[in-house]
Every structure is written in C-alpha cells, then in structure tokens.
Design a protein around this ligand. Structure first.
Ligand code: SAH
Length: 383
C-alpha cells in the first residue's frame, strides 16, 4: 500500500510498505519472542479492514496558499506541518469534517497560530467520532481567549458539514495560550451542542469530552476487552480490581458479571468520567478512586483487602515491583494483564510468575495497524 504523505516524511505508518498479513506475522513473532517462555502465545487478532480505524484526529493549522489556512500533521521529527486531506488511518468521516472546518475557518478569515512569532489564532483542531453512535465533536484550539465571530463560524461550519453530508454534534473552543506541544489548554467554551459526545462500546455508553482518554480503535478495543473479560472467567460473585482503569471501560464491561468493581486511575479527569460512566450505565456496583495504582494497592493489601480478579492495564512503562508484590498479597485467583508494551509486560511477568502466578496464555491484538505497536492480553492464575 502506498500513501503520498510518506514521500513527504509523514512517519505515521512506519509499516505501510509491509503487506498487512506480514505485519501481523511480525508482531506475533515479536510477542512470542518476549512472552512464550511464560506461556503459550495464541494467534494475533488482526483487523479485517485495517484502514481508517482512528476515531480521533488532531490537525494542526498552518498557512496555506493564497493567504488561506491549511491543516495537517507535523512531518516526522520536525515542526513543519504537512497538509493532510486524507489519511489511511483516520476515520473518513473525520477527514470530511476537517475539510468543513478549514472551509468555515477560511470564510471567517481566521489566521493560523505562528509558533515562533506567537501571532495568529488557530492552533489545532481535535475531532472525535463515536463510531457506534455517529456523533462528532469538533474542538477548535485557539491561542487567543476570544474566537471572533464565533456564532458565524459555527453557523458556517454546520452549513459546510451539511453540504458534505457529515454530522457535527458539538463544537467546543479550547483556549491554549501556552508555549507547549500539548494540544489542549485548560479553558473551554462550548459553542454548540452539549460539549460532549456519546459512544457505545461493549454494550456500555460513554460520554466523551474533549479531554477524556478513550481508546482510538473502537473495533479492536471491543476485541481486546472481550478477551480480557473472558479471561477473567467471572461468575457474578467476584470482587474485581481494575487497575490503571482510565475512564473505567474494562471494569464497566466486567461489572454485569461481577459482584463489585473497584477502579484505580491516576488521572483525575478520567476518574471523574469513570464515575459518571458508572452512573449513566446503572453500574451501582462500581467505584473509582483517583490515586497512584501502586500507592493505592499497597495500602489496600496492607489493610487486608482481597480481590478475586485483578485487571491491570498499565501505561507503556509497565507496572512496578511494589504493585506486583501487592497484587500477590491480595491473592486474586486470576490476574488479567492488558499491555500496550510487550517488553515491559515481559519484565513484570518475570516477577509475577516468580511470586506464584502461572500464565495460561497470551493473545496479541493489533490495535494500531501499520504502526509498530501491539497490545497483548495475558491471563494468569494463582498456582
Ligand atoms: N484501561 C484503560 C486505560 C489504559 S491506559 C483503557 O482501556 O482505556 C493506562 C492508564 O494508566 C492511563 O489512563 C493512565 O492515566 C493511567 N496511569 C498511568 N500511570 C498511573 C499510575 N501510576 N497509577 C494509576 N494509573 C496510572
């Protein structure tokens, strides 16, 4: 497969020139190399249609031809914006919405923000689509607190979207005056709609605001969570810990099949969302705490708390020895380890297996086709 952005140093799809079945083979082999000493590695779960899977787009504004603005992504290792109209990874509806945003912004004569000079107005546009619901969120990130003619802009944007037959559910202005590569600032103003969108995943509904963490490939996320919840072998009687829970998605997917779910997550906004998600889905048996997972579980284990099943889904750095020692003290029958980095997973498994857990098996899941990332679900039981 080829993409004309590659020649321009895009860098978004390092594996694009490798046929997809071969990509899967390579990822599976890499996982096998790292994990097979702990237990069997099952065939990788790939996508039937490995394109346009990203439900979230961040497009950065830059000067285009004839005084108009354009938008796209930074070329690899640079601060030069590569204009993007179509991307093989992005949801095609969002490419069309982005076209409508550019058109409406140009009609309002908005200027792109200039990083070095600090002049101009528009920095980035973040788009999100609830693929199950069809709802679309547009977040316009501005370098100035006021978006001049905001009402006109919204009216123009909705018209441009309608012309292109794509929906827009809500429009938010985010003010980010900082000198930073972080996309979103702290202040937000809802310009249209409710300021959030809904999406459905594994039978639960989630409200996504501009800052909510949410998995970007909904099709493969359903596969991943399905494998994780199956691996837990829940009967309805269990106390389940969902560590590194984000907005609570794994725990809430498991909640119907468990007695109670406790989620722990460092990011306060995500915990706030998790609590709302539990309420809106009627999951009265789920509680969420904002804390460092290691500190929380150390205290829980020291207080003699037990869990029947522990899900852990740490960030790329993996977990900590202290977390794993506390898992062992809580004595769950099963540990389900969901990893976005098989290398740190292998390191953590060395300790977990040394302390009395046996790996039943691992299933790699290709959440990010054409990139070199791979997720893994690992199922462990107490010896
Ligand atoms: N299980 C969630 C999120 C997984 S991503 C999902 O499937 O969507 C990993 C999560 O770990 C992120 O939400 C991140 O904020 C959180 N995290 C990172 N370091 C942490 C720590 N020390 N303690 C608790 N959570 C942490």
């Amino acid at each position: 497969m080829n993409c004309k952005l590659r020649a321009k140093n895009c860098g978004g799809c390092p594996l694009l020139e490798t046929e997809y079945p071969e990509q899967l083979k390579q990822k599976e082999a890499a996982v096998r190399k790292l994990l097979s000493k702990y237990g069997p590695v099952h065939p990788i779960r790939g996508m039937a249609e490995p394109f346009h899977y990203r439900n979230k787009v961040i497009s950065t504004f830059a000067p285009g031809y004839g005084g108009k603005l354009t938008s796209g992504i930074y070329a690899a290792r640079t601060h030069k914006v590569l204009p993007v109209e179509h991307c093989l990874l992005q949801d095609e509806v969002l490419d069309t919405v982005m076209d409508a945003v550019r058109c409406a912004a140009n009609a309002c004569h908005y200027q792109p923000f200039h990083e070095d000079k600090g002049t101009g107005l528009l920095r980035h546009c973040l788009l999100r689509r609830g693929v199950a619901t069809g709802q679309v969120m547009v977040v316009l990130v501005t370098a100035q607190p006021v978006l001049p003619g905001a009402k006109n802009f919204v009216r123009g944007l909705l018209t441009e979207a309608e012309k292109r037959s794509v929906p827009i559910t809500t429009v938010v202005q985010n003010y980010n005056p900082r000198k930073t590569s972080v996309v979103l600032g702290e202040e937000e103003k809802v310009l249209y709609g409710k300021g959030f969108i809904l999406d459905t995943l594994c039978g639960k509904t989630y409200a996504l605001s501009p800052r909510s963490f949410y998995q970007v490939n909904p099709i493969q996320t359903a596969v991943l969570y399905g494998l994780a919840v199956d691996a837990a072998k829940l009967t309805g009687k269990e106390t389940v810990l969902d560590a590194y829970c984000g907005i609570g998605t794994i725990g809430l997917t498991a909640a119907d099949k468990a007695r109670q779910v406790v989620g722990v997550e460092l990011n306060r906004d995500a915990v706030h969302d998790a609590i709302g998600n539990a309420r809106h889905n009627g999951a009265k048996n789920a509680r969420f705490y904002a804390a460092d997972a290691t500190a929380w579980i150390r205290d829980a284990a020291a207080a003699g708390q037990k869990a029947d099943v522990i899900f852990m889904d740490p960030p790329r750095e993996g977990s900590t020895p202290e977390f794993i020692e506390s898992v062992v003290r809580m004595a769950p029958k099963r540990v389900v380890y969901v990893s976005c980095n098989p290398e740190t997973m292998a390191r953590d498994l060395a300790l977990l297996t040394k302390l009395g857990y046996r790996a039943e098996g691992f299933t790699p899941v290709d959440m990010f086709p054409h990139t070199d990332h791979c997720e893994v679900v690992g199922s462990l039981t107490r010896k």
